[in-house]
Ligand binder design. Structure first.
Ligand SMILES: Nc1ncnc2c1ncn2[C@@H]1O[C@H](COP(=O)(O)OP(=O)(O)OP(=O)(O)O)[C@@H](O)[C@H]1O
Ligand SMILES: [Mg+2]
Length: 255
């Protein structure tokens, strides 16, 4: 299963990504987790040991290296290589631990107009290369899909879009769907998260009638730990939700 997880800010993308990765790891499938969110907290949510999370550096911190690979200078833009060599970067930056691997991409956000392209192009190429590995993979995205190119998408099984029962989050699903279709990413499964009652469930279902809804996860009222999503009582229930969901996703993405 190779998927990317998108959705409006705060809906639970990282929580669900971490859950899916931990579930895959528990199945002995040695998944690859890609943290493409600038907050870089996927490792914490997966409950990785401090000595790992605290020492991880996002690939994007290496602006000089990225720029050099792209054949330009940091923040300069201009002409640059569209498919720079990245295999050694992946080997250097990927962390193997607890039956899974984690690569933190980060995002290049500084710099003036036109300066972001070369470095981001390298990050995009990294993702393109990762998706060809023969491994289960979950990418925790930001709301936009700028890390995804057509080549990556073609090798991916699909996109999971998370929403809660608020109109802005539901509208964001539609916006993401449009962005996804632009890059031929048409296999989309929606997950309703933090759903407190049947009215909320209905709000999501009614708002997204022409999309496939893979399932709903209850609101555990802030009890899901951000330092290991399967921890504690809420985490035990959340693990069951994720197991159920993972089966649905595998079905959805097989055909
Ligand atoms: N089902 C749930 N029940 C209760 N709390 C939840 C649930 N899912 C996520 N949360 C909580 O909601 C908050 C936001 O979740 P999370 O960080 O996963 O969202 P996100 O979409 O990744 O946010 P961002 O856009 O900032 O990256 C966290 O405090 C998380 O513990
Ligand atoms: Mg997040």
């Amino acid at each position: 299963m190779k998927i990317a997880v998108a959705g409006k800010g705060g809906v639970g993308k990282t929580t669900i990504s971490a859950g899916l990765i931990l579930w895959l790891a528990e199945q002995g499938r040695c998944p690859l987790a890609v943290d493409a969110d600038p907050n870089n907290c996927l490792g914490y949510y997966m409950g990785l040991p401090d000595e790992i999370t605290e020492n991880i550096r996002p690939l994007s911190d290496m602006r000089e290296v990225l720029a050099e690979r792209a054949g330009t200078e940091p923040g300069r833009g201009g002409l640059y290589a569209l498919s720079p060599p990245v295999t050694d970067l992946i080997e250097d930056y990927m962390v193997d631990t607890n039956g899974l691997s984690l690569l933190v991409m980060g995002t290049v956000t500084e710099g003036g107009q036109g300066c972001l392209c070369p470095e981001n192009s390298v990050l995009k190429t990294v993702l393109r290369e990762l998706v060809d590995l023969d491994r289960d993979m979950v990418v925790d995205l930001v709301a936009g899909l700028e890390h995804l190119g057509r080549g990556t998408v073609a090798a991916m099984d699909g996109l999971v879009v998370v929403t809660d029962a608020t109109r802005p989050a539901i509208r964001t699903v539609e916006r993401i769907r449009t962005l996804a279709e632009d890059i031929d990413l048409t296999t989309i499964v929606v997950i309703g998260n933090k759903v407190a009652n049947s009215e909320q469930r209905q709000l999501i279902a009614d708002g997204l009638t022409d999309l496939s809804i893979g399932g709903y996860i209850p609101a555990y009222y802030g009890q899901i730990s951000q330092e290991g999503v399967f921890g504690g009582e809420a985490g035990t229930k959340f693990r069951e939700d994720i197991a159920r969901l993972a089966e649905v996703l595998q079905q959805a993405f097989q055909g």
